[in-house]
Design a protein around this ligand. Structure first.
Ligand code: GLC
Length: 544
């Protein structure tokens, strides 16, 4: 056992004037609803808007401030709806525009805001623009995408060496209507997701209208899909060995995080600023550090962006502390608020990343208290409040993620975090819908993880989240944060004078004493004895 003690308050990392009242999103907790897997109203095994609406009271009860809905637009569903065929409608599988309006109204009645997903980097091949683009070489719609001639004497090699994020080349060749081989189109994701050419005015204007369409319907903001991918180097140079493969950007990259994207977000900011009610953008941007993220958050650009550094960090105190410091310091420079996240529909669930089983569960409980004590906004991914693990044993035949298919099964893909969630453990499909149908098979041992079962158990993950969200409310503004000296492997920080959070991220108990200014335990992720050692993988909230 180590014998250091938690001591004096460290340097205060004040970000902006702490007395200034901020808009709601500066310290909100926003709950990601993966629409296909949250609640199925009609029993076909696929989640839908009516199902979501019927279950919103459970989220109000949990205590979140807002929901983010993943795409519900008409779509062939080649990438779970991130392949949009019509940006201004609802896919009949999920409902109708009226259902969406009803959902927004119900959410607002319950005090919940609603963010929706906008997917500007690419459309579906089923979008009317792309259908027109492939109908003939002279179609003006072809210019809205990134068509290029192939290389080699026959043009039968891709125009460059760019790779799809989902595996394989980022180019697909079309066949013209007369049967002759045509040019290639760029798709940074699946072949069914052709990238748009954002240098084109008609693309920019169309998306202004999409934003207005939804803002007029009362949505409170947008999560911007692949926000760092919209601009491409017009020379389209080979990447060669210059950059690591994968989704994280690096400076000077020909298609990630290029300077030109910022013009687009300045334009979008002007659109959203015309609306009352603190509407908000949150960018999905996997970048090489918070200094790059801060550029998206300059005062005339986006309001917030996910900080994925915590999500990408291993369960390690130094890694977490580095990610937290980096984010707070760089975002402070532009007056932006941090936005933390541990899991989403693209990543292995954090309980499993943190070793799974009882160890993972214990760490996930501690991580929840850490996440919800940090300054700024927090995003929860549906099911983390139930302690759901990643489902790692889905049969190949059930897998739907294009990553699995494009890598010929080498990468399992993201289905394991998208399994429909349990509500009532003793119902068919665990209450996901009124029938036993579920678009991905649910594990046989999830009955005890049902929301209803957990609501009745004060020691459950759900009870921990609910209590943390309740206690979080009166926390001081996002600007008040200060590290407290702590032993190696322990993170400790204060939020104003009356609250502190201490997390032992190590595998051994640590001798300790509560921070002097906040001696009273308000909540802990595991039982703690104030006179004894702080157990391994345990977080404690203190108040004065
Ligand atoms: C984002 C989404 C992911 C999708 C991809 C392509 O990363 O979160 O689910 O596959 O964009 O749209």
């Amino acid at each position: 056992m180590r014998t250091q003690f938690i001591g004096a308050i460290g340097q205060n990392l004040t970000m902006t004037d702490p007395s200034a009242p901020g808009p709601w999103w500066r310290d909100a907790v926003i709950y990601e609803i993966y629409v296909r897997s949250f609640a199925d109203g009609d029993g076909d095994g696929l989640g839908d808007l009516a199902g979501i609406r019927s279950r919103l009271p459970a989220l109000a009860d949990l205590g979140v401030d807002a929901v983010w809905l993943t795409p519900f637009y008409p779509s062939p569903q080649a990438d779970g709806g991130y392949d949009v065929a019509d940006y201004c409608d609802v896919d009949p599988r999920f409902g109708t525009l009226d259902d969406l309006d009803d959902l927004v109204a119900t959410a607002h009645d319950l005090g919940l805001r609603v963010l929706i997903d906008i997917v500007p980097n690419h459309t579906s091949v089923e979008h009317e623009w792309f259908r027109a683009a492939v109908a003939g070489p002279g179609a003006p719609e072809r210019d809205r995408y990134l068509f290029r001639p192939g290389r080699g004497p026959e043009g039968d090699e891709p125009p460059n060496d760019w790779r799809s994020v989902f595996g394989g080349p980022a180019w697909t060749r079309i066949t013209e209507a007369d049967g002759s081989p045509g040019p290639w189109y760029l798709h940074l994701f699946d072949g069914s997701q052709p990238d748009l050419d954002w240098t084109r005015d008609e693309v920019r204007e169309a998306f202004d209208e999409v934003l207005r369409f939804w803002l007029d319907r009362g949505v409170d903001g947008f999560r911007i899909d692949v926000a760092h991918g919209l601009a491409k180097d017009p020379a389209m140079p080979d990447i060669g060995g210059r950059f690591a493969r994968g989704g994280v950007a690096a400076e000077g990259h020909p298609h990630w995080d290029r300077d030109e994207v910022h013009d687009i977000y300045r334009r979008w900011r002007r659109v959203i600023d015309a609306y009352a009610g603190d509407r908000v953008f949150v960018a999905e941007a996997y970048l090489g550090g918070a200094h790059r993220l801060a550029r998206y958050l300059r005062p005339d650009e986006l309001h917030t962006a996910f900080n994925f550094d915590l999500l990408l960090a291993p369960w390690d105190a130094d890694a977490f502390r580095g990610a937290i410091d980096d984010s707070i310091e760089h975002l402070a420079a532009v007056g932006a608020t941090p936005t933390w996240v541990l899991s989403n529909h693209d990543m292995v669930r954090h309980l499993t990343r943190y070793s799974g089983g009882e160890v993972g569960r214990r760490r996930a409980r501690a991580a929840a208290l850490l996440l919800l004590a940090l300054p700024g906004a927090a995003y929860l991914y549906q099911g983390e409040e139930l302690g759901l693990p990643e489902v790692t044993d889905l049969p190949d035949a059930a897998r739907q993620d294009p990553t699995f298919h494009r890598t010929k099964g080498r990468e399992p893909g993201r289905d394991g975090c998208r399994v429909p969630i349990p509500w009532e453990g003793d119902e068919p499909s665990y209450g996901f819908g009124p029938t036993a149908a579920s678009w991905l098979p649910q594990p046989a041992d999830w009955a005890g993880l049902g929301r209803r079962e957990q609501a009745e158990d004060p020691t459950s993950m759900l009870s921990l989240y609910r209590e943390a969200l309740r206690l979080r409310r009166p926390l001081p503004g996002p600007d008040e944060f200060a590290w407290i000296d702590a032993p190696s492997g322990v993170l400790a920080f204060g939020r104003g004078d009356g609250f502190s959070c201490v997390v032992n991220m190590g595998d051994d108990p640590v001798a300790w004493s509560p921070p002097a200014a906040t001696p009273t335990i308000a909540l802990s992720s595991a039982p703690v004895d104030p006179q004894g050692a702080l157990p391994a993988a345990t977080a404690v909230w203190f108040e004065s």
